[in-house]
Design a binder for this molecule. Structure first.
Ligand SMILES: *Cc1c(COP(=O)(O)O)cnc(C)c1O
Length: 391
């Protein structure tokens, strides 16, 4: 890890009320917040955190979580959204206007693309794709209408690690705002703000929750004006999170660095095991030599999320790959990641990434907290069940 994230997450600045010295902040649930008198009500300003106005705009519980996510990301301000996707769409709605253009990496998180295609397009906002490994080609796309650039490190299915430094430098030369989806890095693998990124979004649903039982997102910023713009749109859209959900994330935060490291180590072990198997044509993991963008990963990170994909030879029938996935017992079929249970998901490359140079049938693995050798044993029996003695 690049910093003292573990210390910061465990020794946060929360102070319990006098005479009640507990480590966990209490859960506040409120729509109505009472004011002492009319003057106090009129003096309250939703933009400031020295007072509360209405439950939708924040409670002491959600404010504590916002402060801790801001600290984790190395930012100064944070707003919470009801899902990671809501955090992404909030940024678009706060920053874009008709006639503007947003640039998305070619391996963008699918629902983020759907938002651009079906919602932004209706408001006269265009989107274009760029290759996250080609900063020069990206810079050539930037024009006067470019207003927002989404970055993802690494791509969450095809696992390319982008040329973050080159992309951000190009965006800054053109004065275009950059927003990074840091769900993979979880604020631990690298420090996006130190690279010059202006907005950092995270699906707290994944690593910070770690339980597979909460949906939440965060939008973190450093600049006051940018934060205020996002906070204002957040309020206009009525995005709030429940105190109980915030509590679940607060409870999991102190173990985040430990879980991240454990899942990273286990994922590399399982990925190495798969790489040696004759049925597997290629392993996509940013920390692996030969994986797209590996040099960019190595320049910025030593850690990685517990996520990787494998490609089965394109000549092997798709139904055989499905049989392999169905035969797995410990790995469960499901979306999302960073929980205790290892997950698996097959993806159709031609539908997911039209025009990609990658070939074969892609299966993504999200490693949980099981012992890696038990996961490898499960993979071995499923490979045998699906591929038999053919290889
Ligand atoms: C899961 C995910 C999201 C969305 O988070 P939800 O809380 O499921 O809406 C966004 N970006 C990435 C990279 C993700 O993996």
């Amino acid at each position: 890890m690049q910093d003292d994230a573990a210390r910061q997450l465990i020794h946060h600045p929360y102070r319990a009320p006098a005479g009640f010295d507990a480590l966990q902040p209490p859960v506040h649930r409120a729509s109505t917040v009472l004011f002492e008198n009319v003057a106090a009500m009129r003096a309250r300003d939703w933009r400031r955190r020295d007072g509360y106005t209405y439950g939708l705009h924040g409670t002491p519980t959600t404010f504590v979580l916002e402060e801790r996510i801001a600290a984790l990301q190395g930012g100064r301000h944070c707003v919470l959204a009801p899902s990671g996707l809501a955090a992404i769409t909030l940024v678009g709605q706060a920053l874009l206007a008709p006639g503007d253009e947003v640039l998305l990496p070619s391996n963008v998180y699918g629902p983020s693309l759907e938002f651009a295609r079906h919602e932004l397009a209706r408001w006269g906002i265009r989107h274009r794709h760029y290759d996250p490994l080609d900063a020069a080609g990206f810079e050539a796309l930037l024009g006067e209408h470019s207003k927002l650039i989404w970055l993802e490190a690494a791509g969450s299915v095809t696992m390319e690690f982008p040329d973050l430094t080159g992309l951000v430098a190009a965006a800054r030369r053109h004065g275009v705002c950059t927003a990074l989806d840091d769900t993979w890095g979880a604020g631990l693998a690298f420090k996006a703000f130190d690279l010059g990124v202006e907005i950092v979004v995270q699906a707290l649903t994944k690593y910070p929750s770690g339980g597979g039982d909460v949906l939440m997102g965060s939008v973190t910023t450093r600049e006051d004006a940018l934060h205020e713009r996002i906070k204002r749109t957040h309020m206009h859209l009525g995005l709030g999170v429940a105190g109980n959900d915030a509590e679940l994330v607060l409870r999991s935060l102190p173990s985040l660095p430990l879980r991240y490291r454990a899942q990273d180590a286990a994922a590399r072990e399982v990925a190495r095991w798969l790489q040696a198997r004759p049925e597997v044509a290629r392993v996509l993991h940013p920390a692996f030599e030969g994986s797209p963008g590996h040099a960019y990963w190595r320049a910025l990170c030593t850690d990685a999320a517990g996520l990787f994909s494998v490609l089965f030879d394109e000549r092997c029938p798709a139904a055989q790959v499905d049989r392999f996935v169905d035969a797995l017992r410990l790995f469960r079929i499901g979306y999302s990641w960073a929980g205790a249970t290892s997950l698996v998901m097959p993806y159709e490359l031609s539908a997911l990434r039209p025009g990609t140079a990658l070939r074969g049938h892609l299966v993504r693995f999200a490693i949980g907290l099981e012992e890696p050798h038990t996961l490898c044993a499960d993979l071995a029996q499923a490979l045998a069940a699906a591929f038999g003695q053919e290889l």
